[in-house]
Design a protein. Structure first.
Length: 254
């Protein structure tokens, strides 16, 4: 697992405070796709439990896995009793128990590609559902977005995680749907978008940026200079686009 993937522990409290949670529409999307009750789930890279709480709050018995001790400690403070926590990277999980759902919330791109889908399939019940979801948080106003880009540019060219398989942003099917479609282990691959518009204060938006891995890789002085430059150009209230791209697939039976 890359250093970038393991950079979140130092800002676990900020991650919990500033990252948006997940809406009810996400749970409904997954359950509707499943077409049957989902009683058990394994979550890959659960972080501070943003998605964990959504599914556990609907009675799903979630096993939340997370390699970072600080992130897992933050998760344990807030999850209900039907959540089991395991400190482990996805690659360290061993097949054994299977689940009705395996899911990843803004975490799948941190897993190693070698054997990724065979591991997921081994953790799923026959016809069990895999779900991956997440998406960038950006200023909704193009002028504000451009001002943020210009303020960031001396320190960081781009703050997004590139597509793991090189899929262009304008392609109809995005990663990981592209890989799922190529895998013989899954069928009925679907992609959907849950549109979200939120409002943050300028300090809250900078707080969100402080949890983005690209900034965490900067040396501390440059990171603070970048945040200062961005804070100076932001309006008092920042309208943001926080759409959630959802990918769903079903494990082939047999």
């Amino acid at each position: 697992m890359s250093a970038r993937a393991l950079s979140f522990g130092a800002i676990a409290e900020s991650y919990e405070r500033f990252r948006p949670g997940y809406p009810e529409e996400l749970f409904e999307s997954v359950i509707t796709y499943a077409g049957r009750p989902v009683r058990t789930a394994l979550e890959i890279g659960a972080g501070t439990g943003k998605a964990t709480r959504l599914f556990a709050g609907h009675g799903v018995a979630v096993t939340a896995t997370e390699p970072d001790a600080a992130m897992l400690a933050e998760l344990r403070r807030t999850v209900p009793a039907n959540v089991t926590t395991v400190r482990a990277a996805f690659e360290e999980l061993r097949p054994g128990e299977t689940y009705g759902l395996v899911c990843a919330a803004a975490a799948l791109h941190w897993t190693r590609p070698e054997g990724r889908w065979s591991r997921v399939a081994a953790l799923l019940e026959p016809e069990g559902v895999f779900a991956s979801f997440g998406g960038p948080v950006r200023p909704a106003d193009p002028a504000v977005e451009e001002s943020v880009r210009a303020a960031r540019a001396p320190f960081l060219e781009n703050d997004e995680v590139p597509s793991p398989d090189g899929t262009a942003p304008n392609e109809a099917m995005q990663w990981p749907g592209t890989e799922l479609q190529r895998s013989p282990l899954f069928l009925d691959v679907q992609q959907a978008v849950i549109e979200r518009r939120l409002t943050m204060s300028a300090p809250e938006y900078v707080g969100y940026l402080s949890t983005v891995s690209a900034y965490l890789q900067l040396p501390q002085p440059a990171r603070q200079q970048a945040f200062g430059a961005i804070a100076r150009i932001l309006p008092e209230r920042v309208e943001i686009t926080a759409d959630i791209v959802v990918h769903l697939a079903r494990r082939r039976s047999g």
